[in-house]
Write a new protein. Structure first.
Lengths: 314, 193
């Protein structure tokens, strides 16, 4: 038993992880039986492993499932997409993983799919050219402005390599070399597959960028409309306020005018009353004077009469 | 070793075939199949993200991102591999990307969500629970690479091979990193013997 300490500890970990072979496990068992210090260390590690299993889990916040379910897109099998991996490459289960050398049969199968696709592509291109030549498409009269290239490739996109599980470590390529021609086909197919995937990613990226641009434009327009609407509402509100202010001012003016008129009328009434009073006073005074004069006349008459009587008596 | 806390979300899921079937059903237009996968793996993905990011808020965001990517790219899933490995790898990559973007590694040493585990439930009173709490607090101070391997192995019960697939490293490196991480963890625990 000549294990170094670190190797012994690694062996303990492997056994506790359940990853040790039967021979390794037996070797450790023998060592522990003979070495109390090793046994004590093993017990320590065992306790640590048990405690790690007891570490409480974190609770998932409520609403995660609901929020993801609501936001998740509807499933789409890419069989119906023009640049889908399956349609470009065929059944991927037939394609060995990257580290596995391809057989001639699988290469031939991939090439058969590729030939079909190449043929279809050429036919489609020819159809477009014929259509272009055969039909003279009129240029729209109302189209004006400057043509600028679409702004693509701006948005940061995660590549497909970020979500693909790679070849498992430790996976061994099949023994026996594939024929040279097969390897050549494999390299070509791999390169062309990458090219197709890249083109598809570029198209997707371009579409995404265009969509983002359109959405951004739509958002901007929406924002501008909202701003205009707010401005209109503000203006209308201001107009209403102005009208109300004007109306209040008019009412105030009218009220002031009415008050002034009322005051004038009161003043005039007062003056008229005063004049009437004066007139009445004057009339009373005249009457009094007349009465006084009549009294004096009567007194004179009486005095004259008395004097006459007295003279007559004498 | 069986973990009562993570047994339902282990790498060594017994529902591997069911997972593949659910993915196929989802690709065929069955949204309920996706919801089933979501419910099945939400806890493991959330926990993985939390242990890498040490933030509940970030873990929530990453969990959403991961599942939305799964929904968008379900057609990229290769049934030759375990669904869990695929989704876990997305979670690890997304979490690491977020760490790089936010430079959490050094800046958040004193800002991790340690306090979330201060409850006084009966199961937390026992000495084993106390050690588990110490372990949790100690792990939250460890480097990201240590936290990832410890989480994959002890909380998600991934094998060396599965860890190698998820982290895209060979098994020997997995074993070495795990060994070193445990030694450092043990060094962080005081008076636990």
């Amino acid at each position: 038993m000549t294990l170094k300490h670190s190797s012994l500890t690694e062996l303990m970990h492997a056994v506790l992880d359940g990853e040790a072979s039967a021979d390794d496990a037996r070797q450790l068992e023998l060592r522990l039986a003979a070495d109390p210090a090793a046994r004590a260390e093993f017990e320590e590690w065992k306790r640590l492993f048990s405690a790690l299993a007891e570490v409480p889990k974190e609770h998932v916040p409520e609403g995660l499932v609901a929020s993801v379910s609501a936001a998740a897109p509807a499933a789409r099998r890419d069989d119906h997409q023009p640049f889908s991996r399956r349609r470009v490459l065929g059944d991927t289960s037939a394609i060995p993983s990257r580290s596995v050398k391809m057989t001639q049969e699988s290469s031939r199968r991939i090439f058969a799919h590729r030939k079909a696709w190449l043929g279809a592509g050429i036919a489609a291109a020819a159809a477009v050219v014929v259509a272009q030549v055969a039909f003279d498409f009129p240029i729209a009269k109302d189209v004006t402005g400057t043509v600028i290239p679409a702004q693509r490739y701006r948005a940061a996109q995660n590549g497909s390599e970020q979500v693909q599980v790679g070849t498992p470590a430790g996976q061994v390529a099949p023994t026996g070399a594939a024929p040279e021609a097969g390897r050549s086909f494999a390299e070509k197919a791999s390169a062309e597959r990458s090219e197709s995937a890249l083109n598809a990613d570029r198209t997707q990226t371009g579409l995404t960028a265009d969509r983002s641009q359109l959405e951004s434009k739509a958002d901007r327009t929406q924002a501008e409309m909202m701003a205009d609407r707010k401005q209109g509402e503000l203006t209308a509100n201001r107009s209403i306020s102005q009208l109300q202010a004007d109306r209040m001012q008019s009412e105030l003016t009218a009220a002031q005018s009415h008050a002034d008129k009322t005051a004038d009328r009161s003043q005039m009434n007062l003056q008229a009353d005063r004049a009437a009073e004066l007139k009445a006073e004057r009339a009373v005074a005249d009457k009094a004077m007349q009465l006084n004069s009549a009294d004096k006349t009567m007194q004179l008459n009486s005095a004259d009469k008395t004097s006459i009587d007295r003279s007559a008596q004498q | 070793m069986s973990s009562p806390t993570f047994s339902a979300v282990a790498c060594t899921s017994e529902d591997e075939d069911d997972d593949r079937l659910l993915v196929e059903r989802y690709l065929g237009g069955d949204r309920d199949a996706f919801t089933t996968l979501l419910v099945r793996y939400q806890r493991s993905i959330y926990n993985a993200a939390f242990w890498i990011l040490r933030s509940h808020e970030d873990a929530h965001d990453i969990s959403q991102t991961v599942f939305l990517k799964v929904a968008e790219r379900a057609d990229d899933y290769d049934p030759k591999y375990k669904f869990f490995s695929w989704i876990y790898r997305i979670a690890v990559n997304e979490s690491l990307n977020l760490l790089r973007r936010h430079r959490h590694e050094d800046e958040l040493e004193d800002d991790v969500d340690i306090a979330a585990d201060d409850s006084t439930g009966p199961e937390r009173q026992a000495s084993a629970g106390q050690l588990a709490r110490q372990l949790r607090a100690a792990m939250l101070t460890m480097a990201t690479s240590d936290r990832i391997v410890l989480t994959l192995r002890h909380f998600s019960e991934c094998s060396y091979e599965e860890m190698a697939q998820i982290l895209e490293i060979d098994e020997k490196t997995v074993k070495s990193r795990l060994f070193e991480a445990r030694r450092r963890l043990r060094g962080l625990l005081k008076d636990w013997k």
